[in-house]
Design a protein around this ligand. Structure first.
Ligand SMILES: C[S@@+](CC[C@H](N)C(=O)[O-])C[C@H]1O[C@@H](n2cnc3c(N)ncnc32)[C@H](O)[C@@H]1O
Length: 218
């Protein structure tokens, strides 16, 4: 969500970067308008572009997205990964699942994207036996470290984990976090530390968007 990214970088830089965003087709533009209208937290366009680049570069065949919302990220991932790849994505809210499935169908991707209606932790516990080449974490911030624990053994060598919102409007690492955001900011700080110090991953946090962590398994 745009307001988040503008809190991390200087306003004029955010405005400038906005002029560089890749054009979107009619479907993604429609989904962005839907998200704006109904206040749905889809990925920012620059994060979507980063996902496309990383997927193109690594050519994963099994991708997992934790947190579907209306399906914007899943469609971006599936399009970038191509016909041989499959995206498993998980969303808790049934009404949002229905919307996501509708957009996935409209994108012609129903055979390449499965929108699972489930709690993300239960889903990951059940699915993670299957090797994963690319994981996009974009769900409950307090659970990011648990998602990592569940995903890490399933990731293939060279596999990528991308996690969004890891600087949470600049509050992660801030000394005086407002009380209502403290648990979330603390959880994200713990996730960032866990990922960047993980014995099986090389990871960094990009001060980009709302903060994006990128890690590769070695
Ligand atoms: C930030 S949005 C995902 C955006 C999406 N990844 C994209 O790229 O557009 C996070 C989603 O996670 C869902 N969610 C919240 N708690 C969940 C849970 N316990 N399990 C699964 N999904 C959950 C929310 O309903 C919300 O739609």
């Amino acid at each position: 969500m745009k307001g988040n990214s503008d809190a991390i970088i200087q306003a004029h830089v955010a405005t400038y970067l906005g002029t560089l965003e890749a054009p979107r087709d009619a479907l993604l533009a429609k989904m962005e308008a839907h998200a704006e209208r109904e206040n749905q937290p889809i990925s920012d366009p620059e994060v979507a572009t980063l996902l496309r680049i990383l997927v193109h570069a690594t050519q994963p065949t099994h991708l997992v997205e934790v947190g579907t919302n209306i399906g914007y990220g899943a469609i971006v991932l599936a399009r970038a990964a191509g016909e041989k790849a499959h995206v498993d994505t998980v969303e808790l809210r049934p009404n949002i699942v229905a919307i996501a499935r509708g957009y996935v169908e409209e994108a012609g991707l129903s055979s390449r994207v499965t929108v699972h209606e489930a709690d993300a932790l239960s889903f990951l516990k059940a699915r993670c036996a299957k090797p994963v080449q690319f994981a996009y974490i974009d769900c409950v911030k307090e659970d990011y470290a648990a998602y990592l624990d569940l995903l890490a053994p399933a990731m293939t060598k060279g596999g990528l984990i991308v996690a969004d919102n890891v600087l949470w409007r600049g509050m992660v690492g801030q000394a005086d976090v407002p009380e209502k955001e403290r648990v979330r900011a603390t959880a994200l700080a713990a996730f960032n530390a866990k990922l960047t110090k993980h014995a099986d991953f090389t990871a960094t946090v990009l001060p980009f968007g709302d903060g994006v962590a990128v890690a590769t398994k070695h």
